[in-house]
Design a protein around this ligand. Structure first.
Ligand SMILES: NC(=O)c1ccc[n+]([C@@H]2O[C@H](COP(=O)([O-])OP(=O)(O)OC[C@H]3O[C@@H](n4cnc5c(N)ncnc54)[C@H](OP(=O)(O)O)[C@@H]3O)[C@@H](O)[C@H]2O)c1
Length: 286
């Protein structure tokens, strides 16, 4: 059995990520708020026990979920122990986490990810990392087991969360634009499949390719990325804009769209389900 690592949060992303670490030979001491079946992992009874491994990864819904396990992490990590936050967190919260770990004599690295649960299961995430270079080196074997690319964006951990939010702003804008474009071409007599081939060929990117296909196949449920988490990210994008006086006109449109999805009870569907809202506005599907 290889080196031990704690893993907190076995949701849509966390479970396949933790299982990849186990497959790569790590002994994964895993904890989830709601007990789970989790083959290959050593389930422990608290966040503190997971952190006692000396290195602990969190992959939780949001800032509040991370805050809920933080006391256990700070208590369980040995002096100088390392917490790697891989969730999408707010920039101010990520800054506060850095300070609180420093005060407690523990280390904190931010490593949020791009890629949906299927990419996580294949170990093909794109990971954005920021923190002390020596911490990045220590984390590298773990990150290599989880992702196909690691982008280093600076020595202050919150920079990685800022990059992740900038990237998710682009993805959300692409999702809205692609949904509108599908409706537009269809209403002008084009088959969506034909349009998708053009998008795939000319706008070549794994993001367009993957999301274009999900929209085409209407894979809204079970969700890969829940609409309510998309709203959470959009709020974090606005928070990062607000605190730096950055106007974000497109961001307001995206916020409204996701609020509309919540209002229509779509929070647990995949966020690509916004296509249905765009279609309804265009008079398609009833
Ligand atoms: N899904 C994606 O495609 C994707 C891609 C990139 C990044 N992300 C980010 O990755 C993170 C995880 O996303 P996900 O899709 O895996 O979410 P998810 O399936 O909803 O899982 C959320 C996890 O957080 C836990 N949790 C929520 N509130 C908690 C609390 N108060 N205390 C303790 N644990 C709590 C849940 O535990 P329970 O099981 O007990 O509810 C679960 O383990 C999010 O920050 C998301 O934005 C997601």
């Amino acid at each position: 059995m290889g080196r031990a690592v704690g893993f907190i949060g076995l949701g849509s992303m966390g479970l396949p990520m933790a299982q990849n670490l186990a497959r790569a030979g790590f002994q994964v001491l895993a904890w989830n708020r709601t007990p789970k079946e989790a083959g290959g992992l050593t389930l422990v009874g608290s966040p503190k026990e997971a952190a006692e491994a000396g290195v602990v990864i969190t992959m939780l819904a949001d800032d509040a979920a991370t805050e809920a396990v933080l006391p256990g992490i700070l208590e369980g990590l040995p002096p100088g122990g390392l917490h790697i936050a891989m969730s999408t967190l707010g920039v101010p919260y990520s800054k506060a986490l850095a300070e609180r770990h420093r005060q407690a004599g523990k280390r904190y690295l931010a490593a949020p990810v791009f890629g949906r649960p299927e990419a996580a299961a294949r170990g093909e995430l794109r990971i954005v990392v920021a923190g002390a270079p020596s911490d990045v080196e220590e984390a590298r074997p773990l990150l290599k087991a989880l992702g196909q690319e690691v982008y280093e964006v600076g020595e202050s951990p919150h920079l990685a969360h800022a990059v992740k939010l900038g990237g998710n702003f682009l993805i959300a804008a692409m999702l809205e634009a692609l949904s509108e474009a599908y409706v537009l071409v269809e209403k002008n007599g084009v088959r969506r499949e034909a349009f998708y081939e053009v998008v795939r060929g000319f706008f070549r990117s794994p993001v367009y390719e993957n999301y274009g296909r999900i929209l085409l196949e209407r894979r809204f449920s079970p969700p890969g990325f829940r609409l309510r988490l998309g709203l959470k990210d959009t709020r974090l994008i606005h928070q990062a804009a607000d605190t730096t006086h950055t106007p974000l006109p497109l961001g307001h449109l995206l916020l409204d769209r996701l609020l509309e999805g919540m209002a229509r009870g779509m929070g647990e569907e995949d966020w690509t389900a916004i296509l249905k809202l765009v279609e309804a506005k265009g008079g398609l599907n009833g």
